[in-house]
Design a protein around this ligand. Structure first.
Ligand code: ATP
Ligand code: MG
Length: 400
């Protein structure tokens, strides 16, 4: 059964809450990898046993991990495991090696350096390798804890960050474009449990889900234990603003942005989320001037985080490509924001915004749009579980 040692990123710094963070990470490892049979918490690390090989690159909170040989912590057993590790690793021209010993617990009456020397000599007695401590071809890592010792030769980098769920819940404004997809990844990386709100211009939420949003969400699920998406229709807003006088037209987009933020804030309160986030970026498009972003914030009573505020487009695309989400995110899609205004105002005008909002009957419009919501929950267990929810199910999530 493959066994892994997992070292955490910042969890180590969390003092009193450390145990909560560890439990959250352990649960995410299980949920995201159904092959996992057992997760044990040891001092400052975890041991994971799985019935098949797993790749932990998608579990936030992990600094690095290694597949290990696990043996009892006595020198004889450790020596044998080290010797086992060498031939496996010397197939492709390995000439030099080093042993790195870390003693998490003091069980051998020797310093780590003495153990390294002893194990190094044992290797050299069997195999003609030279010791090179600065740039060895092969490093054999030996992590000695009270009961067990872990031997490994390769470390894999994790995504770092905090375990999803450790920082509470956030409601994201998700357009299915690259910016809000990358923003979702970044907020999850800081430990936020995520729910998303998507406004569609298609006939219904299920079609929007099938057309694009669901496909992108499934990719993001590589980094999340679960994801809920709320679909809200854009049509009612479109109808309500159909007859706006020309002099108000250019403020319509910022009014819609405020409308989306308000709807998301309502859902956030309902579901226990303390903040919103979006893929906004300062100055990237006309609607993202500081004036317009501020006008959106002024419409709601909770923080709206914008993790991409300082990124440039290429940085966002590069990250999206690295995450395997760019291909889907750039696919064409009927996008409500592009329907609205070809030339939106760059400066929000509070009096005009107010005029539009009173003209369209904001409160009733909001209530009717929220009443038409369709919600789906995706769980990252394999095979993927995707379940459309009724309001009862949503009440359950709010309690969590
Ligand atoms: P993205 O790549 O995320 O679509 P963008 O650069 O295209 O962003 P806009 O389309 O102006 O910029 O949208 C800015 C932000 O507003 C988005 O990142 C998203 O958070 C939110 N947003 C836009 N359209 C929608 C929508 N249809 N549903 C939910 N949120 C949306
Ligand atoms: Mg967009």
């Amino acid at each position: 059964m493959p066994t892994y040692v997992v070292h955490y990123a910042e969890i180590g710094l969390k003092g009193r809450n450390r145990s909560d963070f560890e439990l959250c990470l352990a649960e995410n490892i299980r949920t995201q990898h159904p092959a996992v049979q057992k997760v044990r918490r040891l001092r400052g690390r975890m041991v994971v046993e799985a019935e098949a090989g797993i790749d932990l690159r998608g579990v936030f909170g992990i600094a690095w991990w290694a597949e290990v040989d696990q043996v009892p912590s006595d020198l004889g057993a450790i020596r044998e495991a080290v010797l086992r590790a060498v031939p496996q690793a010397t197939t492709d021209g390995v000439r030099t090696f080093a042993i790195r010993v870390v003693q998490g617990d003091r069980v051998l009456a020797m310093t780590s350096q003495e153990v390294e020397t002893e194990l190094g000599a044992a290797v050299q007695a069997e195999i003609p390798l030279e010791v090179d401590l600065s740039a060895p071809d092969l490093t054999i890592f030996v992590e000695i804890l009270r009961r067990n010792t872990f031997i490994y030769t390769e470390k894999f980098g994790g995504p770092r960050g905090l375990p999803v769920g450790a920082s509470g819940k956030m409601m994201g404004l998700f357009s299915a474009g690259i910016d809000s997809a990358v923003a979702t990844y970044l907020m999850a990386k800081r430990g936020a449990r995520i729910e998303l709100v998507h406004f569609y211009a298609l006939p219904n939420g299920k079609i929007a889900h099938e057309r694009k949003v669901g496909g992108l969400a499934r990719r993001l699920l590589a980094y999340l234990p679960q994801l809920t998406i709320h679909y809200l229709p854009y049509h009612a807003f479109q109808l309500a603003t159909a007859d706006l006088p020309v002099q108000l037209r250019r403020q319509e987009l910022v009014v819609f942005r405020r409308f989306m933020a308000r709807a998301a804030a309502r859902l956030a309160v309902e579901h226990g989320a303390l903040g919103l986030f979006s893929g906004d970026n300062l100055g990237q498009v006309a609607s993202q001037t500081l004036e317009n972003l501020a006008a959106v914030d002024a419409a709601i009573q909770m923080p709206l985080f914008r993790p991409l505020i300082s990124y440039d487009k290429q940085e966002i695309i590069d990250l999206g490509e690295q995450l395997g989400i760019f291909e889907i995110a750039k696919r064409p899609y009927k996008d409500c924001c592009s329907i609205i205004a070809r030339h939106p105002a760059t400066v929000a005008k509070p009096d005009r915004i107010e005029a539009i909002e009173s003209m369209i009957g904001l409160e009733e419009l909001l209530a009717s749009v929220l009443a038409e919501r369709e919600s789906v929950r995706l769980e990252s267990a394999a095979p993927l579980v995707e379940r459309w929810l009724d309001p009862e199910d949503l009440r359950e999530t709010a309690v969590h």
